[in-house]
Each structure stands twice: as structure tokens, then as C-alpha cells.
Design a protein. Structure first.
Length: 216
């Protein structure tokens, strides 16, 4: 008879550290790239846009650290800013390589209020996974359906056994693969939303997040 080895309970402090390192990687990498582009950009209008995006990623990194610091002290995180979805989409787009990501959003979706930090982290993780683990184009589509915001990130991947496990496992993964999706699940639950994966025909994967209107 084969005995099953019980999975060790993850250390909360180590999990917090892993999550923070994982979540800081995209904004810090993007911030570095934006600062480099800013130094080599002569057009004043473009410099202003790059500076604004760099500031957004710096603020996002600060919010991630602030949330982690509150969790480490056993405190409840303070409420996040609520902004229109259209305000955060440019900073999400800046994390993808040029030409890989296309975005489409209805006017109603662009104006929909969302919790800024959580929504930005959710979308950065979903777009980052699509770019990292698949080839070809990635598409983000946002629309309102029955007063709920539905954001879908599609790529050329598929619904694999590893993905199904990552969507169902109650504990975080032991390595970095799947950690971003685990973070997405936690943040989506905080926002009282839902996350699902569905296969596209003839090929492709859609990761769909549905968010209700944030509470006042």
C-alpha cells in the first residue's frame, strides 16, 4: 500500500514574502523600462505620458508594499482607491511587450468604477501569464453584462490539467508557477467577483474575471 505524504502547511511569513516578490516584479520591471524610455524620448508630449505611467507603477508598487506591511502586522488593509477602469488600463498595457497585447473596452466598461489596486494586480497577472506562457497575440476585452464588469484575457493557450489544478487548489503552489493565478483568485474573492477559464474554438484560452460594482 502506498502512503500519501501530507502536504506541509505553508509558512504564512514565507508565503507573504513570495507573494510580495511576485507582485512587485511586473511593476518594477515596467518602471525600469519606462524610465529608460523616458531618458531617450525627445518629444515632450510622449515624455509626459511615459512619466505618468512610471508614476502609476511606482504608486502601485507602494500600494503592494503597504498592503503587505499591514498583513505582516496582522492589520486589515486600508480601503483602496476606486477609479474608472479606463484609468488603469494604460498601466496594464505597459507591462506587455510592444505588439503582443490588444485592448478593447466598451465606453460603459471604461467608465466603470473598480478598486484600483486589486483590479490592476488581477489584470497585470492575467496578462503576464498569457505573455509568459503562450506565443502569439494576447487580447483584453472589457464590457458590462447585467451591471457586472466582465474582463476577459485571451491567448493561444488551452485549458490544461495544470491550469485546472491551479484554479482549484486551496493552497498556494510550492514554486512560482501558478502563484500569480493564486493571487488573482484571492484578489477576485476580495472584490466579491468570480474567475473562470474556458477553452476557445478552434484553439485558445479565455480567462474571465467578473466584478460587481464596488461598495461605497
Amino acid at each position: 500500500m502506498r502512503l500519501n505524504r501530507n502536504r506541509a502547511i505553508p509558512d504564512p511569513g514565507l508565503l507573504l514574502l513570495r507573494s510580495v516578490c511576485h507582485e512587485l516584479r511586473p511593476p518594477m520591471a515596467t518602471l525600469t523600462a519606462l524610465v529608460g524610455a523616458l531618458e531617450n524620448q525627445p518629444a515632450e508630449e510622449r515624455r509626459s505620458e511615459l512619466a505618468r505611467l512610471a508614476m502609476e507603477h511606482a504608486v502601485h508598487a507602494q500600494a503592494v508594499l503597504g498592503h503587505a506591511a499591514a498583513a505582516a502586522r496582522g492589520l486589515a488593509a486600508t480601503g483602496t482607491d476606486v477609479v474608472a477602469l479606463g484609468r488603469i488600463l494604460p498601466s496594464v498595457a505597459a507591462t506587455a511587450p510592444p505588439g503582443r497585447l490588444a485592448m478593447f473596452a466598451s465606453p460603459a466598461a471604461l467608465g466603470r468604477p473598480v478598486p484600483a489596486r486589486q483590479t490592476r494586480q488581477i489584470l497585470i497577472n492575467l496578462v503576464g501569464n498569457a505573455v509568459r506562457y503562450t506565443g502569439g497575440p494576447v487580447r483584453l476585452n472589457a464590457r458590462l453584462t447585467f451591471r457586472r464588469l466582465r474582463v476577459t484575457v485571451t491567448d493561444q493557450g488551452g485549458v490544461t490539467p495544470q491550469l485546472i489544478t491551479a484554479l482549484r487548489c486551496p493552497a498556494p503552489p510550492e514554486d512560482d508557477r501558478g502563484l500569480g493565478l493564486w493571487v488573482v483568485r484571492q484578489l477576485t474573492a476580495q472584490c466579491r467577483g468570480t474567475l473562470r477559464a474556458r477553452a476557445l474554438s478552434p484553439v485558445g484560452l479565455a480567462m474571465e474575471v467578473t466584478l460587481p460594482c464596488p461598495r461605497n
